[in-house]
Design a protein around this ligand. Sequence first.
Ligand SMILES: Cc1cc2nc3c(=O)[nH]c(=O)nc-3n(C[C@H](O)[C@H](O)[C@H](O)COP(=O)(O)OP(=O)(O)OC[C@H]3O[C@@H](n4cnc5c(N)ncnc54)[C@H](O)[C@@H]3O)c2cc1C
Length: 506
Amino acid sequence: MSNKDLLGRRNFIKGFGAAAGVAIAAPALAVSEKADGVKWDKEVEVLIIGSGFAGLAAAIEATRKGAKDVHIFEKMSYFGGNSAINGGLFAAPGTPMQKEEGVKDSVETMVADQLASGRGIADEALLRHVAEHAVEALQMTLDAGSEYHPYLQQLGGHSVARTYQTTVSCGAGITQPLLHECRKLGVHTHNRAKFEGFLVGDKGEVVGVKMRDNYHFGEDQPGKVTNIRATRGVIMATGGFAQNVDLRMAQDPTLTSEVGCTNAPGATGEGMYEMFRLGAIPVHLAHIQSGPWASPDEGGFGYVSNYSIYNFPHSMAVNRLTGKRFMNEIADRKTRADAELNCRDEKGNALPPILITSYKDSKKHPNTKKVIKYNVGWKFDSVEELAKHFDVPLAPLKAQITEYNEYVKTGNDKQFGKNMTKAKDKYIEAPFTVVRLWPKVHYCQGGVQVNTNAEVKDSFTGKSIPGLYAAGEVCGGIHGVSRLGSCSIPECMVMGMTAARSMMKA
Ligand SMILES: Cc1cc2nc3c(=O)[nH]c(=O)nc-3n(C[C@H](O)[C@H](O)[C@H](O)COP(=O)(O)OP(=O)(O)OC[C@H]3O[C@@H](n4cnc5c(N)ncnc54)[C@H](O)[C@@H]3O)c2cc1C
């Protein structure tokens, strides 16, 4: 298929403007200052903090819009943040692949799915803005050289299949081409450069930042702090805070350092907190999402997460105490994570449930071999063998498999109302592949409030803070209670592009 021109150019840019649980101490407190009398060490045109999807898309778009001197500053030694280690799953409505697969979809349907998962507190205007421009963002990745599997996936909470995935099943399949594109366009990229605070003009406008050079994450900080002036403004694309145990426990005391986390170590949130200090409005900070597809048998995102995301639609999740299903395997993430956390033994101890898939169907995913090879998933030739291994009562398990296969046959899940479209003809039969499931801290729905121009509102004046834009996971409120899988990449990229367009128009 022609994966390369999703937009037919006609939509491009049109319509813009309408608007392992590492315990890390709280970041050193940064302080914003008045720029009055400050000695500037350097001057740049567009200053972007953070090198994930949001920062990279912002840099490319700013350049396309005419900026000549664009700089990305990244505190880590490597570029890409959470974006580089992510699953490479990218949702967009109205794509050519949907046409080929006969999937009917629209901006309205995608927004409706996200509003349902957001449980009444998502930001509809932002969701619509992102959905309307998602194909443009996908096109930006294709133009830069990203490659996607030639099939769509239907992730939990999505009413149709609308998710592309990079052929490397990883976000690096997007960040690497975008970084390469940035450099081709002359964007300056700086690593080991940590944002420490804003420099603010007389009218409260952001005119520059304080940046620490030669920063070494997690070590004493020998680097020098420089004052960098940004003539057009600053885009904050510093990501979420899931790795900052103090900050996440301040929102939800149950998210201790014992709870596994899928994020890159740099997701510590100081950029967000510095924007709050400036007056930005905090939204939904306590809504911290756990990924229901994670495994307790490996660190971080590992191999199992992508394996189970792919396999959930045609698999059965079973409580080991009862031998019965306990959830809709493709419900939204919060519904599933909560259901998994309820799987306990008689004493109330955690009893990670199992995901049972027919080996013949599971093996289509590239991670299946690795899951088995690294002993984070297992292959069984019979249900007896499987039941014995996981100490599951055999008779109820056998009955459950028979019952579930009836749902596959009729297309009607009488137990949990699962959408069985992608389970068609995929009966649960031996040999089986099985993984264990247990949620891990994954994504921060909360952050600073932005509008559809990616401007950051000042809680004191009620107006946008001049010279300041934010995009990506550092922003809050877009998704409400629970973000749907594969909806962060389009959000980060569209809002990064939006921030750049707003800045170039200001
Ligand atoms: C393992 C994993 C798998 C995922 N899979 C998917 C998926 O398949 N599809 C999907 O849609 N979403 C997925 N997500 C969510 C998604 O990847 C993130 O929400 C997204 O990458 C955030 O992008 P970002 O640009 O906002 O931030 P990031 O990619 O996290 O980038 C922020 C960057 O800012 C840097 N930074 C932070 N503070 C400072 C500072 N003070 N100074 C300088 N630099 C700073 C960080 O080091 C980091 O590099 C996944 C997340 C994880 C962790």
